[in-house]
Design a protein around this ligand. Structure first.
Ligand SMILES: [Zn+2]
Length: 141
């Protein structure tokens, strides 16, 4: 069996890296025994012809993560404090904000890549979390 330049197995994880030509990006095909699994788009791509280091880095970066689809469903079903996660229903990162005594709102951050820089994700989330403060200051002025 020959290796394909457009797909690879993440060693020991049961996940596959796959190039999606239509989107011109790489995704992780994340298998899951509890749900059907999910395709997770990546921002990063291999920067050399030798993909082995990149494949190993993606594997290490995702090694401790559970299935993103199952994680998202659990977080949506148990709203609580402000939280951030990658949500397949939203097609990217979301922030959950408490609303009222027991409610919550899940807002998309418009960042679709699972491996987007955490600083970008948390900055976008903070913009939404503290947007109310900006409106309050504008009213006081
Ligand atoms: Zn799952």
């Amino acid at each position: 069996m020959s290796a394909s330049p457009f797909a690879a197995v993440l060693p020991g994880l049961g996940r596959q890296l796959c190039y999606i030509a239509v989107a011109d990006e790489w995704s992780i095909l994340w298998r899951c025994d509890h749900c059907r699994g999910v395709s997770v788009p990546l921002l990063r791509r291999p920067d050399t012809a030798d993909h082995s280091q990149w494949i190993a880095a993606v594997g290490e970066a995702t090694r401790g993560h559970g299935c993103p689809a199952c994680d998202a469903r659990t977080k949506r079903e148990t709203p609580g404090a402000t939280d951030v996660w990658w949500d397949p229903d939203a097609g990217g990162w979301v922030v959950c904000l408490p609303v009222g005594a027991e409610g919550s709102a899940v807002l998309p951050l418009e960042i679709r890549w699972f491996d987007a820089p955490r600083a970008l994700i948390y900055s976008a989330a903070a913009d939404l979390v503290y947007a109310d403060d900006a409106f309050s200051r504008a009213e006081e002025a």
